[in-house]
Design a protein around this ligand. Structure first.
Ligand SMILES: C[S@@+](CC[C@H](N)C(=O)[O-])C[C@H]1O[C@@H](n2cnc3c(N)ncnc32)[C@H](O)[C@@H]1O
Length: 339
């Protein structure tokens, strides 16, 4: 084997170094969000103005912003000597997106991560080793973190936009159940686009307030309600279609099959099941992101992200017939019917 060229190994060194540094970059960014800097920069500002309005030490704030700018966050104009938002930081004007980043940086995330190696040596997730509970049960005891988590997921759903919402086929479906529907963003966005649908968000009782507030903020409380419950125990009946979005990958095949069996039992013949999920397909452009999500499972809950065959198996297990599998950016939509 030929020895590696020096410039190639330098490139690898840089990449590995940045990877190891990324919590520091994330925390620096997160701190600027805590100071609401993207909002302050809706009108460009000098470092003096920023330091004054955030009570930060000017020199340290400047160094932080310069480092972040080197990674594409924020932008400094030499001529006017003013800071403004970059394309990346404009996204943080949305509170929900800020929440998504806060959630990644809360101390308990780091406590969990420190148990990753331990999780590799047993059949429990890092979160279970650290707290005694899986991520969802733990969040039920952490109101503020749960808020960040749920609104962050809502922001992510909104960012998927029409490529997601317009790909969910709801014809012949009026009553929709979004199982594990979080803060209700998906169902609200669907109801905004399909005036005839109504539905229920089924999720853990602990997020009732977060979801109810979000549904009210859409003005859809007459059409969409929240129901606290555990889909592992029971799925309510009376719906034309049950949706799971980014929820089944949080459960082992055994538990996911039981959840889908509950759905099968609750639906009448001819009614629909729609699963929107990340699927491990090695040739997909976002394979690396999906692999990363699988690491989240090791860290947060004893489960794994599935490949196509594994998905087909759990959907068909209770008796659903798969009608269609669609690819949308980053995810797949499985459409199935109870015969
Ligand atoms: C990864 S999140 C996905 C949320 C939402 N569907 C989305 O796409 O943004 C999984 C959701 O499942 C909910 N969940 C977890 N365990 C549950 C259970 N046993 N019964 C009902 N919902 C549950 C969580 O609270 C969370 O909102």
């Amino acid at each position: 084997m030929e020895p590696k060229q020096p410039d190639e190994s330098n490139k690898f060194k840089d990449e590995i170094y940045y990877l190891a540094m990324s919590p520091l970059i994330a925390m620096a960014l997160n701190s600027t969000l805590a100071f609401n800097i993207p909002k302050l920069l809706e009108n460009p500002k000098t470092i003096d103005e920023l330091a004054q309005q955030t009570s930060a030490v000017k020199g340290k704030l400047e160094r932080t912003l310069l480092a972040l700018e080197a990674f594409g966050y924020y932008s400094f104009d030499e001529q006017s000597q003013k800071w403004s938002n970059s394309g990346k930081t404009v996204l943080f004007l949305d509170q929900a997106f800020r929440d998504a980043i806060y959630f990644c940086c809360v101390p308990f995330q780091y406590e969990i991560l420190l148990r990753f190696a331990d999780a590799l040596q047993c059949d429990r997730s890092s979160c279970e080793l650290q707290t005694g509970r899986n991520i969802y049960d733990e969040l039920a005891h952490r109101n503020l973190d749960n808020n960040y988590f749920q609104t962050g997921l809502g922001a992510y759903t909104k960012m998927s936009g029409d490529s997601l919402f317009n790909s969910i086929d709801l014809k012949n479906s009026i009553r929709i159940l979004d199982a594990g529907g979080g803060d209700g963003t998906l169902l609200c966005e669907l109801a905004k686009r399909n005036s005839n649908i109504q539905g229920t968000v089924l999720d853990m009782a602990s997020i009732s307030e977060i979801a109810t507030k979000n549904i009210e903020s859409y003005g859809l409380q007459e059409k969409i309600t929240f129901l606290g419950g555990d889909f592992r125990e029971e799925v309510p009946s009376g719906y034309d279609c049950i949706i799971f979005k980014q929820t089944l990958n949080s459960w082992t095949d055994e538990v996911a099959s039981r959840i889908l069996e509950n759905c099968y039992r609750s639906l009448e013949s001819g009614k629909k099941l729609i699963i929107i999920e990340h699927v491990l397909v090695k040739t997909d452009e976002n394979y690396r992101e999906v692999r990363y999500l699988d690491l989240i499972d090791i860290s947060e809950i004893e489960a794994k992200v599935r490949n196509m065959e594994e998905f087909r198996r759990i959907i068909e297990y209770p008796g659903f017939v798969i009608d269609n599998v669609k690819k949308i950016p980053g995810q797949y939509i499985f459409e199935a019917t109870k015969p």
